[in-house]
Design a protein around this ligand. Structure first.
Ligand code: UT7
Length: 335
């Protein structure tokens, strides 16, 4: 029989490496003006988005996730064979099963790793990060690879101007390990409201509505969103979650060096900044270049900030996300 210590000691879990991958093809607002009834002015003033990246037809979510992961591995010198677990947050998996995590495990040669996908829409990366932290904190695993990867262009209705201007493709990755002396992830807040499943969803493709000719004709195999309702919910849920998380971490908004918010809409981010009373200078924003890449937004933004040399040891970082489900999530970590 295994003996349990009287009081289990939780180890801290730190992000020790980051990576990102963006497809090379740029789609500007001017490009969208050519295919639907929209304008650069409308998109820019309502969302803040100028352009987004679109993957090639044969470029899969797992390809992008693997490229982001390889960058994190190279940066840290970690051998893929030492990865214990891969968690991929995605709502655009290569296949319903096997998981995109299994495809990535093979592509990067992480032959020892357990692998699974996690689905919490745009909040997926933070749900995955918090899940990964449990394994490291418990001492069960040494090295966990967490990826947010999306090929949203594959589920976008390119005839629907309400949604097609908002999203883009890409991937980001982080590696989580216990780093002696570092505090790492300090607190998290996760939440969901399953009464609101209808306002942001992909209706067909699951057992509820298998793909049929009628489904394809009605374009129900594409993402649908009631933008205004989601907008209103996002502002209040992101604020509540951020405040809960800060309280759990014992921090105040003014202690934060960086806030990495979900990159859906510049106006949502401004509203969050206002309610938290934090200057926009502390917010990391890249939605102007990539649009909303769902679960990939946060690790891409984190990687770019790290590469620019703007993350210093000891910096307190709040990440806050919101998405379909509805779901929301926040973390506070010390870099
Ligand atoms: O990642 C998951 C979380 N997602 C979000 O957080 C997204 C939340 N929602 C939003 O960001 C905003 O609601 C949108 C950007 C989606 C829309 O902005 P809005 O200010 O809420 O606009 P609206 O939906 O109320 O539409 C206003 C008008 C409508 O015309 P009418 O009915 O007033 O004549 C739309 O038909 O703008 C029209 N419209 C467009 N016009 C030009 C909608 N999309 C477009 C477009 N180009 N692409």
């Amino acid at each position: 029989m295994m003996s349990q210590p009287a009081e289990a000691v939780r180890r801290s879990a730190s992000i020790v490496a980051t990576g990102a991958y963006l497809p090379s093809r740029v789609m500007t607002n001017a490009d969208l003006e050519k295919i639907i009834d929209t304008s650069d002015e409308w998109i820019l003033t309502r969302t803040g988005i100028r352009e987004r990246r679109i993957a090639d037809e044969g470029e899969l979510t797992s390809d992008m996730g693997a490229r982001a992961a390889e960058q994190a591995l190279q940066q840290s010198g970690i051998d893929p064979k030492s990865i214990d677990l891969i968690i991929v947050a995605t709502c655009t998996p290569d296949t319903v099963f096997p998981s995109t995590a299994c495809h990535i495990q093979h592509k990067i040669g992480a032959t020892r790793a357990a692998a699974f996908d996690l689905q919490a829409a745009c909040s997926g990366f933070l749900y995955a990060l918090v899940t990964a932290e449990q394994f490291v904190a418990a001492g069960a695993y040494q090295t966990v690879l967490v990826i947010g990867a999306e090929k949203l262009s594959s589920i976008i209705n390119w005839q629907d101007r309400n949604t097609c201007v908002l999203f883009g493709d890409g991937a980001g990755a982080v590696i989580l390990q216990h780093r002696p002396g570092a505090r790492g992830l300090l607190a998290y807040d996760l939440g969901a409201d399953g009464a609101q499943t209808e306002i942001l969803s992909l209706p067909a493709g699951g057992c509820r509505m298998p793909i049929t000719h009628q489904v394809l004709d009605e374009r129900l195999h594409f993402l649908q969103m009631s933008g205004k309702e989601v907008y209103r919910y996002a502002v209040s849920a992101m604020n509540r979650s951020a405040e809960n998380c800060l309280e759990k971490a014992g921090c105040k908004p003014e202690d934060l060096r960086w806030i990495v918010p979900h990159q859906a809409n510049f106006r949502i981010i401004e509203a969050v900044a206002q309610r938290l009373n934090v200057s926009m200078e502390h917010f990391i924003i890249n939605l102007d270049r990539y649009g909303n890449t769902s679960s990939a937004c946060l690790p891409i933004a984190l990687h770019e900030t790290s590469m620019a040399g703007n993350l210093k040891q000891g910096d307190l970082i709040l990440m806050v996300a919101f998405g379909g489900g509805l779901t929301w999530a926040s973390t506070v970590l010390e870099w």
